[in-house]
Structure formats: structure tokens, C-alpha cells
Write a protein that binds this ligand. Structure first.
Ligand code: GLP
Length: 241
């Protein structure tokens, strides 16, 4: 596990972009595993600026997203499918048909998980971007999730509902359940870049980098990945220095 401590959010985003750009330039047909949340927005801004200024093309790029709230789809601006279009896809030349995310409104959740797992079998991520929850979750794999898990529906932890409520009009509007790639699907990526900024992530970053590898801290599984880079700002790195 490689750890890069950036001085601030801008530097963290720029360093993540360097790695992302390397993957896209070396393989214009790469599969990008993408994440939502506020953390990767700076990376996506760098990708958009580079596309506009340097013409980097995403025409043949494919994407797989980590997770989606149950009950939400593009018609809701809180959905992750909306987030991805708003923060990245609508500003680059990607073919939306090449972008993939769980369908939060699937009538049969189990079938939807099976569909997504089968898709992931055919689309191994050349790079997987991750954020981290303050409780150490990655995607929506909450503490206690089996390391061998694949795409499934989860009951969100109270702390996650509280953390994510800042994106909703009120905490009551935050969905209680979500679809998420499992830890095994994430670990299948050839390369992983996990980003964290801000003091409220310091404890989770400690667990990710220096803690015991345990299902109680889902991100700790990344210590076992052969090509994982942690990029965090000074505040998030407070406990690992
Ligand atoms: C959500 C997402 C995660 C994300 C986490 C942190 O729960 N499912 O993928 O990493 O929040 O979000 P933020 O980047 O906004 O702190």
C-alpha cells in the first residue's frame, strides 16, 4: 500500500488525476471504477478540464460505479446516477451506454445484484477510485461486511445516514438501504486509488493504513491489495504520521 500525503484537497485531487490520466492514456478502452461522494469531485473536475483543454477522449472508455441508493434513479438529483452525470459524464465525450451503475429502482433487488455481478465479471476495473466513510466503509460496505461479499443490498449504518444527510433536505429523506458492489468486486480491480480529506476521516484513514485487517473496518482489506494507493490531505493523515 502506497500512501501519499497531499497538502490540501486540490493537491490530493491533482495527484489522483495523474494516476487516472496515466490509465486512460495508456488504454483508451479502459474500465474505470468510479465513486460518488464529495471526495472525488476534484478529481472529476481535473478530468473535465483535461478533456476540454487537451482533448483526452472517453469515447471508448467504460465505467462501473460502486453503489446506488435503493428507490432512487436519474429522476432524483440525490441519486448516484444523477451525481455521475452532473459531476462528470455530461461534461466529457463518454457514451452513456458504456456507463454502468446499479438500478436503484429495480423491482427485483436480488436479480439486480445478480445482473451487476455478472456485468462486473466481464468488466474488470483497470482502476477503481474510492472514497471512505467516517466509519471505515468503502462503497456502502458497512462495518461487519464479509470480505468475500459481492454486489448486495445493504441496510445503511446510522452514522452513514447522518453523514450523507447533508446532501438531502432532511435526514428523513435519506434512503435506508442501498445497492453496493461487495468487497470482493472492489478487490478485483487491477489498481485502486482511495481518497480521503478532512479531519473527520482521520480515524478511518488510520484503520485503512495502520489498523488491523478486520471486517469491522471494511477499508482495511485494501492492505491486502497488490496495487493500492492512498491519497489523503494533511488533516485526514493526522493519525498516520
Ligand atoms: C458514501 C458513498 C461512499 C463514499 C462515502 C464518503 O457513503 N457510498 O462511496 O466514499 O460516502 O463520502 P464523502 O466523499 O462525501 O465523504
Amino acid at each position: 500500500m502506497k500512501v501519499i500525503i497531499a497538502k490540501d484537497y486540490e493537491e490530493m485531487s491533482a495527484k489522483a488525476f495523474e494516476i487516472m490520466a496515466g490509465v486512460v492514456k495508456s488504454n483508451p478502452e479502459a474500465v474505470l471504477g468510479l465513486a460518488t461522494g464529495s471526495t472525488p469531485i476534484g478529481l472529476y473536475k481535473n478530468m473535465i478540464a483535461d478533456h476540454k483543454e487537451n482533448g483526452t477522449s472517453y469515447k471508448a472508455i467504460k465505467t462501473v460505479n460502486l453503489d446506488e441508493y435503493e428507490g432512487l434513479d436519474y429522476s432524483s438529483d440525490q441519486s448516484y446516477v444523477y451525481f455521475m452525470r452532473d459531476n462528470l459524464f455530461d461534461h466529457i465525450d463518454i457514451d452513456l451506454a458504456n456507463t454502468n451503475i446499479e438500478n436503484g429502482k429495480a423491482s427485483d433487488a436480488e436479480k439486480e445484484c445478480e445482473r451487476y455481478n455478472a456485468l462486473l465479471e466481464t468488466l474488470q476495473q483497470d482502476i477503481q477510485i474510492l472514497g471512505i466513510g467516517s466509519n471505515g466503509h468503502i462503497a456502502f460496505n458497512e462495518p461487519g461486511t464479509a470480505f468475500g461479499s459481492v454486489t448486495h443490498v445493504v441496510q445503511l449504518a446510522e452514522s452513514t445516514i447522518k453523514d450523507n444527510s447533508r446532501m438531502f433536505a432532511s435526514i428523513d429523506e435519506v434512503p435506508k438501504r442501498a445497492f453496493t458492489m461487495g468487497l470482493k468486486n472492489i478487490m478485483n480491480a487491477k489498481k485502486i486509488v482511495i481518497l480521503a480529506n478532512g479531519a473527520n476521516k482521520a480515524k478511518a484513514v488510520y484503520g485503512l493504513v495502520k489498523g488491523e485487517v478486520t471486517e469491522q473496518v471494511p477499508a482495511s482489506i485494501l492492505q491486502l491489495h497488490p496495487d493500492c494507493t492512498v491519497i489523503c490531505d494533511e488533516a485526514a493523515a493526522a493519525l498516520i504520521k
